[in-house]
Design a protein around this ligand. Sequence first.
Ligand code: AHR
Length: 492
Amino acid sequence: MTRIAIDPGRVLGQIDRNVFGGFVEHLGRCIYGGLYEEGSPLSDDRGFRKDVLTLLRELRMGVLRWPGGNFVSNYHWQDGIGPKDERPSRPELAWGGTESNRFGTDEFLAYCAELGTQPYICLNMGTGTLEEALAWLEYCNGERDTYWANARRRHGQAEPYQVRLWALGNEMYGEWQVGAMSADEYVREATRWARALKFLDPGIQLVSCGKTGWNEWDRIVIEGMAHLVDYHSIHIYTGAEDYWTNVLQPHQAERAIRSAIGHIQHTAYRRKIQHPPKIAYDEWNVWYRKMTVDLAERYTFPDALAVGTYLNIFIRNSGWVKMANLAQMVNAIAPIVTTPETATVQPIYYPVLLHAQAALHDAVDVHVYGSHLDPVWPDSPGRWPYKVVDLGSFTSIDAAASVSANRERVAVTLVNRDPDNPDTAEIVLRDYAFAGPAEIRTVTAGGPAEPRVLPDVETAHMEHGEETPKGGTVVLTLPPQSFTLVEAAIQR
Ligand code: AHR
């Protein structure tokens, strides 16, 4: 038995829809042959795969990051505008591919409009110049009679796109990044860029390039950039063959968030910054199998438990985490997989779907009283260097909860990481009572209802149910290795 105590009156933070964000990079078959396939019977006349659009739409992404990732650090956006047949092909250095440039800025922004999702563009601070970055911003947002705004109009877009979110480079600390630099060099360069970009369009929001959250790079960048940017970004990937490492390693994100908040608050206090930057977790996922070429990771259900835990962590940290981007969305380390004939989903799709569909206005306090896991940790954490053993002992259930603005609904997401045993969860509301049945959706591995659409892609199975609460308490069963969403009306 595990007791999940929820205090609907104790708000942890307002949930930003951008926490249910995505990321698509020119990499493997994410764009070409993924969300974009010219001439396919499954595509519309712009080349957008309709089956992929349908699956993405369900995820209600608040924001979509593009075009990279590592790819952006030698991407020249001007190659990707104008008549498609006149666009140059270029070698790209991040993944060793060839970029046809047939999907460029106008295509990406049309795609975001189609999805009803806010675009988020990452700037090239590798081979790119500040002049190019300013031209890109002018192309997207320019309202006056100027060269690049007029180029946009010539290409069919009369109104400014009003792209608000811009990132100052991607992972500029990494030796895998074209044009990588030291933290001090980054602060000097990004400061020049930030000032000029905000001169051109004061309405934009800028994202400084962070690392893991607790790194010396983060400290230097936050101290140098916090007065100029709206978000500090951090990235995390986890995952391992070992079951416990795989399902519990996402808790490393909590350490990262705490450390980044510490750096931000320290700097804000010292420099008297009124509106310190928030955290953008602008790449996160399970990723440890396919590290090169197309990143065609095949996910299992334990990976979905990790993804559900990540999202719970972001919800619990809603006061600071105001954007998070699942890396990535299609084919490359992605919930959606395509072939020329079909598109299907991997197990990690389901926690993203249920979280995005259920999350309400405010994240509220949750406490889990339950049996603690006692994993046998392997000597090595596997692909990623994150040991989480020191983060405390973990309960088998991980939980997050949110309430509507009028406090008339609650949504609770529960991950049961116990590999073998079901658990009885008793959800108890403080000062509130349930005002109707609790609707329950539970996802587990496999299941007979959904045939495997692609032979190498695992499925998951969702069941709908209902429980009758008594006062402020409702009791339900969580199968081993399951992700569960509980939704109900509440009253004071
Ligand atoms: O998402 C895959 C890659 O991981 C991205 O291109 C990069 O930013 C990160 O290293």
